[in-house]
Design a protein around this ligand. Structure first.
Ligand SMILES: Cc1ncc(C[n+]2csc(CCOP(=O)(O)OP(=O)(O)O)c2C)c(N)n1
Ligand code: SF4
Length: 335
């Protein structure tokens, strides 16, 4: 496939304001020389947060690597919508791994490059939350503890979307999925702790761990850039709403992502060698209902029987995140 350079209309709305910024602050997306790693023509749903997050993350990584980047990609929506063989929207060296071994494949690529003395070529691995927190967790933990020179990008849409919206260990409490129906006294996903991979990654003491969201795309680019300046195992957990699986309007992807952050349900931070190093503060704290209401996966919390007790337990999770990560300023922006 021949490489298609970026077209002006693909630089998006950042382009104009971008010119007013210092060169080092400009968005990679608004640059006519960006690599256009995930080109148009793929089959993601309208408003897909994963497609958006991946385009920003991989273009930023490509930019930071001077165009010398190889990606290993787990099975999942990102692979299926981008690469219906024999076609592909990727314009980078891109390897489809199995569902559960993207981290191991990336480790192998990094090892081979080391043997060949090619320190100029960088490696990323990427996958959905199912491929990362569930089936690929063992490979990923191994990659962390060996401190392999790979940046792992997890696109968290909080379920197995590619195969029809089944629960993963990143699915939030009370969410309805194909395997957690809205039935019984506590409808939807079990109200437990779930598996919060950013904290588990931090516990490995690796050089860099960050969370990011498509609601703050400049922050996502900056974090990818920072991660690419480092060597060893690095992990970025990116929050990517899925209109199909979450049941929100496709034009609400960014709004839902912003509400996740502003309620405290998705803390945005970075950590160096296992220590918290920076937090993106909540600008105006909002109650969790504001986040839950636009999504049909939580509709059973409001009707036909309102479930205030379940909502207040979800509020408790948000409040714990706010305390744990210091998401409010001392003056505490109030709801
Ligand atoms: C060993 C194995 N089990 C199951 C599957 C089927 N499968 C492919 S993708 C997928 C779910 C992917 O979910 P996730 O990683 O969260 O990515 P998303 O599609 O949500 O982006 C499943 C179950 C598979 N390919 N291999
Ligand atoms: S199902 Fe969700 S993650 Fe998959 S392409 Fe559609 S919006 Fe994106």
């Amino acid at each position: 496939m021949s490489h298609q350079p970026i077209k002006f209309y693909q630089t998006g709305t950042f382009t104009v304001g971008n010119r007013l910024l210092a060169p080092e602050e400009r968005s990679v997306q608004a640059d006519m020389r960006r690599s256009n790693s995930l080109n148009s023509g793929h089959r993601a749903c309208q408003g897909c947060g994963e497609a958006l997050g991946a385009r920003y993350a991989i273009d930023a990584a490509m930019d930071a690597a001077g165009g010398q980047l190889i990606a290993a990609n787990a099975t999942g929506c990102l692979e299926v919508f981008s690469t219906p063989y024999p076609e592909t929207s990727w314009q980078i060296p891109w390897i489809h791994s199995l569902f559960g071994n993207a981290a191991a494949v990336a480790t192998g690529i990094a090892a081979a490059l080391k043997v060949k003395g090619r320190s100029d070529v960088r490696v990323v691995a990427q996958g959905g939350d199912g491929g990362t927190t569930d089936i690929g967790f063992g490979c990923l933990s191994g990659m962390f503890e060996r401190n392999d020179d790979v940046l792992y990008l997890c696109y968290d849409n909080e379920a197995y979307m590619n195969t029809g919206v089944q629960r993963s260990s990143a699915t939030p409490p009370a969410a309805r999925t194909a395997t957690t129906p809205a039935l019984g006294n506590e409808p939807g996903n079990v109200l437990g702790q779930g598996k919060y991979l950013p904290a588990i990654a931090m516990a490995h003491g690796i050089p860099y761990v960050a969370t990011a969201t498509v609601a703050e795309l400049r922050d996502l680019e900056a974090k990818v850039r920072r991660a690419m300046q480092m060597r060893g195992a690095r992990y970025i957990h990116i929050y990517v709403p899925c209109p199909l699986g979450w049941g929100h309007a496709s034009h609400d992807t960014i709004r839902v992502a912003r509400l996740a952050k502003e309620t405290g349900l998705f803390p945005v931070f970075e950590a160096l060698y296992g220590e918290l190093a920076g937090v993106s503060k909540i600008r105006r704290k909002l109650p969790v209902e504001e986040y839950l209401k636009p999504q049909r996966r939580f509709a059973h919390l409001f009707s036909p029987t309102p479930r205030p007790e379940m909502i207040s337990r979800i509020q408790g999770i948000a409040d714990r995140n706010i305390r744990r990560y210091g998401l409010l300023d001392a003056e505490g922006a109030q709801p």
